[in-house]
Design a binder for this molecule. Structure first.
Ligand code: NAD
Length: 360
């Protein structure tokens, strides 16, 4: 698909390609939808193999940010900035400041935060050039890394699904398979253990698995074995696209709920999960906790308020399940409908505003 076709297909408002010779910055900023408010989105730095791959990723991620903000009840739209390059080798202060200037030139249409390949310290560099940045370190008045909030939100989605599937949200003795023990996966595994669940986990990094086994007694399996684990709940917390025809055939779990963005390899996978009797917590419903924390940071609220609001992911998940049952559709379709209705209704309000004549 051409870029315009991709934007049309996913209804992406704007795409900005930026290049800065001085710092070597090559970035694409996708602003998916600003109906509900300015587009909040992560800055992802990745060794993309082509510009096409980077742009496609930016558009897809921006769309999932719009949906995440909308279902979480935030007054924000969705965007994403992708930087082409290996964050371990090519990232430096000047490059981040350069991105900050480009973000500033958008006058608040896009608010940047961390994602894969960037951290709070990078947002500090952006902050030197723009105020349109969140996820800042606590010493700058920010709320810090949002991963703990994300993990807590996933736990709440897991509890809502567990209540529905097993008749009680009680996680004691449930077997939970966690794929990926990074920032979110390890925090989630710790929360699950605190609730009495048995955690089976994997990661491609030995240090991560050793830590999980030592610190909270997770049973470790090889990454390729995680789909075959005899478990009640499967939590994808590593990469997108992992719920595919192949993995669905192997899954033993009754619930899939995790933090990874864009988990479904294609749009039919949600229905395939439902047909197999597996309850799916749509990724953008389950993983909205971090976005909620960042939205509250923007309005000057602290972490305590964030935790209370993140807890409502339980209610959002219950509403999605109820809608799916009422309309006999899969949970991902139900969540999409709820988001699209909210955006559509607010779009009507905006249209009323556009009647005033502004001469210049
Ligand atoms: P992270 O980079 O800290 O952790 C990802 C982990 O997955 C790493 O430890 C990595 O080694 C592991 N991994 C990669 N490939 C794997 C594989 N094939 N099998 C097993 N493990 C593998 O990232 P994170 O911040 O913990 O985020 C995890 C996922 O959740 C990502 O998809 C991210 O986009 C998404 N997400 C994160 C947040 C957040 O607040 N951090 C919010 C929303 C969504």
């Amino acid at each position: 698909m051409s870029i315009i076709e991709q934007m049309t297909d996913l209804e992406c408002e704007q795409l900005i390609i930026c290049y800065d010779k001085g710092t070597g910055l090559k970035t694409a900023i996708a602003i998916h939808d600003t109906t509900l408010g300015p587009a909040l989105g992560g800055v992802r730095m990745w060794s993309y193999t082509s510009e096409e791959e980077a742009v496609a990723d930016a558009i897809r991620l921006a769309r999932s940010m719009t949906y995440k903000a909308a279902i979480a009840g935030l007054n924000l739209g969705g965007g994403t900035a992708v930087i082409i390059g290996d964050p371990r080798k090519a990232k430096h202060e000047a490059m981040m400041r350069s991105l900050g200037r480009f973000v500033d030139s958008l006058c608040g249409r896009f608010i940047a935060t961390t994602d894969v390949g960037t951290a709070s310290e990078d947002m500090e560099c952006l902050r030197a050039e723009t105020r349109y940045v969140t996820g800042l370190p606590p010493y700058l008045g920010g709320s810090g890394d949002p991963s703990t909030s994300t993990a807590y939100g996933v736990l709440r989605a897991v509890e809502a699904c567990t209540k529905h599937v097993f008749g009680s949200g009680w996680l004691k003795s449930k077997v939970v398979a966690v794929q990926g023990l990074g920032k979110v996966g390890s925090a989630l595994a710790r929360l699950l253990r605190a609730e009495g669940a048995d955690v089976v986990a994997c990661d491609i990094i030995d240090e991560a698995t050793r830590g999980a086994s030592r610190q909270f007694g997770a049973t470790i399996v090889a990454p390729e074995e995680i789909y075959d684990v005899e478990c009640d709940i499967f939590c994808p917390c590593a990469l997108g696209g992992v719920i595919s025809r192949d993995s669905i055939a192997r899954l033993k779990a009754k619930i899939v709920a995790g933090s990874a963005n864009n988990q479904l390899a294609d749009p039919t996978c949600g229905k395939q999960l439902a047909d197999k009797g597996i309850m799916y917590a749509p990724d953008y419903v389950a993983n909205a906790g971090g976005a909620i924390q960042l939205a509250l940071e923007l309005t000057g609220h602290g972490l305590d308020g964030a935790k209370a609001k993140v807890a409502h992911i339980y209610d959002a998940m219950e509403a999605v399940i109820a809608r799916a049952e009422a309309e006999k559709i899969s949970t991902d379709q139900a969540a999409d409908r709820m988001v699209e209705e909210r955006i559509q209704s607010v779009r009507r309000v905006k249209n009323m505003k556009g009647t005033a004549f502004k001469p210049f």
